[in-house]
Design a protein around this ligand. Structure first.
Ligand SMILES: Nc1nc2c(c(=O)[nH]1)N[C@H]1C(S)=C(S)[C@@H](COP(=O)(O)OP(=O)(O)OC[C@H]3O[C@@H](n4cnc5c(=O)[nH]c(N)nc54)[C@H](O)[C@@H]3O)O[C@H]1N2
Ligand SMILES: Nc1nc2c(c(=O)[nH]1)N[C@H]1C(S)=C(S)[C@@H](COP(=O)(O)OP(=O)(O)OC[C@H]3O[C@@H](n4cnc5c(=O)[nH]c(N)nc54)[C@H](O)[C@@H]3O)O[C@H]1N2
Ligand SMILES: [Mo]
Length: 760
């Protein structure tokens, strides 16, 4: 700080490897993308719900006073509630927002809307919806499996080989939901290597596993991992290498799966030769790997990306089956791992203290959608959909409220989302920045960022807890999300049958400091119940953080289950690992029998569409930002070439298209297009293009609105459910073609705020 102003951000003193991404918080705090005042879209100000909604995203805005904007938003909420009931308000509001237990945007929004009578919500995540739905049928809830995940310390002690489907990209471990005290993922992996663990990375991109680990790279065709796992399983059975005793004691349904695996039920043995044709990995390599896995202590990891593709439920089911066949589940370091390095905490030995969070109450509306079905819902009100074996109906939405997420970042086929978005009458957004979402709103409330408020921050998978403190006054007229909802509550009536004062019910009469003290009090109590002693609030706040002792013993997933399955059953119907699930078989879904299967995705390197769009687009997490957050910063900008998000392609694919390193290119398919700059990279599999997510969506309104000038891969991806089971996002099932772009490229305008006028 200098004269009361923040001048630099430094990594936390106990962090051995702080991420440079966070430094950008300071620079962007008062940057040109901040929203200064409440804004109303021009067309909406003039015509309200009868406005020309095709202008959303490309309209100008009018800066208004807070009272005006709050009155307008409150009257829209009341109108839609009167006309359609609370289910006419969609406030799934998926997204990461900022760290903080109190100022968590979605929690504030949910608390407000629950008191208002509720809203249509969303289920599961974009991260791994398919796993969230399949795992309870197979091995218990995903959340529990992730909380009890085997640690690197245990792998170093108990394993000799890690086989990682989708790799273990250390770039992704810069991030952790809620925050992280010490980024130890890279050093933890290196410690395992030093202890003698070897690595095999099965992925379309070599750098998915840290170079220093010297992993063997098997460059698999995207979306074919299940075929590879089946062939490994087939080899184990063929050579009598599977652990029959484990399968009998801890699993149900291996016998029912065998006829499919061996091909006696459908005439197709799922052997290594069969898989070679699908995966592009030679039969020899598969057989050698299967033997190596059976003859040593092996951990099999699957990245979360394997769930974000068509049939994304299957790799998670099949990895459990494969690990069960090797018999290492529940022993130190072996078995299966779900997303090592996907975020910083997966693989670490940390305390699990459920830090208190703002109570949000209960949603009186039970309508929901699987999170990634948003465009489908908006385009098809009243249409039935399947989810986890049951049928539901899409509600008819009149108003969308978003606080703390960015659907114009996270959703697939953004051109389709843009059209679906036009179905709703009113869009209200709380945002600190002029993101593509803010541009697609009718009413925009400018919010504060973390540096402008006091909070408590911590993750339920970390042993640090922070008193994050305000270092700057809110930018312009920005307000905390909580104060925005308090402003709305003071203008509205809660549930029609309730007599309480809405504002009073929302705030419980507490200011920020009183809430923080209350949440800390509850956290301290929870901690003490678990045997930890926590300092009092003032001492904690003065120190800025507290740290609990990490567990003495390394964590081993399903250790208790292995020691005594009757005393510690899984939460599956049988209490055992379900290789065959009667429940799933009973759902009678097309192509989803009661055991894991290989289904061809609709777009992949083996499909007919390759004639027109021959390259598989892999849109992975970005190195220099969190999703779309802080893309406007110099750190993220330093990763761009010619102002565009670069893509990586194999030298042979580049040569075929006469593309040189650094050439501007256009990626396209029937859904859309985007501009990018090619980097030629032998570490990418032939037939694959890698383009990170997170470049702010920037439609070329004047020439081709379906083309993003900046390089956002979701202008190309398919809005495709994983399957009727989970209805998760299918972002990674996507074919494209790529060509050199020789014209004068249109300017990137993603970071230029829209035209703004003042209210007369
Ligand atoms: N093609 C493709 N698409 C993907 C993926 C992929 O692999 N491929 N990955 C998917 C995954 S795993 C995820 S999790 C999603 C991520 O999608 P999101 O989590 O929606 O993406 P973010 O960019 O983090 O959006 C968070 C927004 O919250 C805003 N914000 C920050 N702090 C505050 C605050 O205090 N208050 C308010 N009101 N707003 C705030 C930020 O400015 C930002 O716009 O993307 C998904 N999309
Ligand atoms: N720096 C940074 N880190 C992040 C995030 C971020 O935005 N920035 N986001 C965080 C979030 S919300 C999440 S959910 C996690 C996501 O964690 P992941 O899902 O693991 O991350 P991705 O980078 O999307 O994918 C990892 C790798 O999977 C490979 N892959 C893709 N498709 C296939 C396939 O079909 N088969 C195989 N074998 N490999 C494939 C790609 O090469 C890719 O690099 O990351 C978190 N970490
Ligand atoms: Mo995610």
């Amino acid at each position: 700080m200098d004269s009361g102003k923040p001048v630099a951000l430094h990594g936390f003193e106990e962090d051995t490897d702080p991420s440079p991404i966070g430094d950008a918080m300071l620079e962007t705090r008062d940057g040109p993308c901040r929203i200064v005042k409440p804004m109303v879209r021009c067309g909406f100000l003039e015509h309200g719900k009868a406005s020309d909604r095709t202008r959303r995203g490309n309209d100008s805005f009018v800066a208004v006073e807070w009272d005006f904007a709050l009155d307008l938003a409150a009257s829209e909420l009341a109108r839609v509630r009167d006309e359609r009931g609370n289910e006419g308000i969609y406030a799934g509001s998926y997204g990461w927002a900022s760290a903080g237990r109190f100022h968590h945007a979605q929690s504030q929004m949910r608390r407000f809307l629950n008191l208002f009578g509720g809203f249509t919500s969303s289920r599961n995540t974009y991260s791994y919806a398919a796993a969230e739905v399949i795992m309870p049928h197979v091995a218990g809830s995903l959340n529990k499996l992730l909380l009890e995940h085997t640690s690197w310390r245990s792998i170093a002690e108990g394993a000799k080989l890690v086989v990682a489907f989708g790799g273990m990209p250390v770039r992704n471990a810069q991030i952790n939901p809620g925050g992280i005290g010490n980024h130890s993922q890279a050093s933890d992996m290196m410690a395992a290597k030093k202890a003698g663990v070897e690595f095999v990375s099965i992925s379309p991109s070599a750098p998915d596993t840290m170079e220093e680990l010297d992993a063997d790279w098997l460059a698999i065709k995207p979306n074919t991992d299940v075929a590879m796992m089946l062939a490994l399983a087939h080899t184990l059975v063929d050579e009598g290498l599977h652990d029959q005793a484990f399968l009998e004691k801890y699993c149900v349904g291996f016998e029912a799966f065998l006829p499919y695996l061996m091909g006696t039920s459908d005439g197709v043995p799922k052997n290594a030769q069969w898989a070679e044709n699908i995966t592009g990995i030679s039969a020899d390599s598969i057989i050698t790997l299967a033997r190596r896995m059976a003859n040593t202590l092996t951990m099999i990891s699957v990245s979360w990306s394997l769930t974000r593709q068509q049939n994304g439920e299957q790799p998670y089911w099949m990895v459990v089956v494969l690990a069960a066949m090797l018999g290492g589940i529940g022993k130190p370091g072996t078995g299966f791992a779900l997303g090592l390095s996907a975020v910083s905490s997966i693989g670490s030995d940390r305390v699990h203290l459920p830090w208190a969070a703002l109570p949000t109450g209960k949603n009186p509306v039970d309508r929901f959608i699987p999170v990634a079905r948003i465009a489908d819902m908006l385009l098809n009100p009243g249409k039935p959909f399947q989810y986890d074996g049951k049928e539901y109906i899409y509600p008819d939405i009149g108003l969308v409220y978003w606080a703390g997420g960015n659907p114009f970042h996270h959703h697939q086929d953004l051109n389709r989302l843009r059209r679906a978005w036009q179905q709703v009458e009113t869009v209200i957004v709380n945002e600190p920045f002029w993101t593509p979402l803010a541009r697609h709103a009718d009413i925009v409330f400018p919010t504060t960022v973390s540096l402008e408020r006091n909070d408590l921050s911590g993750s339920s998978r970390d042993d640090y807890f922070f008193a994050t403190q305000k270092v700057a006054e809110p930018f312009g007229e920005a307000r905390n999300d909580r104060d925005i909802f308090a402003g709305l509550a003071s203008r509205l009536q809660p549930l029609s049958n309730s007599t309480t004062d809405f504002l009073e019910a929302f705030t419980e009469g507490r200011n920020e400091d009183e809430w923080l003290r209350e949440l800390y009090r509850e956290t301290k109590e929870r901690g003490e119940n678990l045997g930890y002693s926590l300092p009092d609030y003032d001492a904690f706040k003065k120190a800025g953080f507290l740290k609990l002792d990490s567990p003495a013993e390394p964590k081993v997933l399903l250790e208790e289950f292995r020691s005594d399955p009757a005393a510690h059953p899984l939460s599956t119907p049988s209490g055992l690992i379900e290789i065959f699930s009667e429940e799933i078989a009973g759902f009678n879904l097309k192509n989803i029998p009661g055991h894991p299967v290989w289904n061809e995705p609709i777009e992949w390197l083996g499909s007919e569409n390759t004639a027109k769009h021959p390259l598989h687009l892999v849109s992975h997490q970005p190195t220099r930002r969190l999703h779309s957050q802080l893309d406007q910063s110099s750190h993220s900008q330093a990763g761009k070439i010619k102002g565009r998000e670069p893509c990586n392609i194999n030298p042979s694919d580049a040569a075929k298209r006469k593309i040189k390193d650094g050439d501007m290119v256009r990626l396209f398919n029937d859904r859309g297009a985007c501009l990018s700059v090619a980097r030629i990279d032998a570490n990418v599999r032939e037939g694959v293009v890698m383009l990170a997510t997170g470049a702010w969506y920037d439609p070329d309104w004047s020439n081709d609105p379906n083309c993003c000038k900046h390089g956002n891969p979701n202008s190309l991806t398919a809005d495709l459910p994983t399957s009727e089971l989970a209805q998760g996002p299918g972002a990674l099932t996507c074919l494209v073609e790529l060509e050199r772009f020789d014209k004068t490229p249109p300017k990137v305008t993603a970071f230029v705020p829209p035209e703004i006028s003042n209210l007369e």
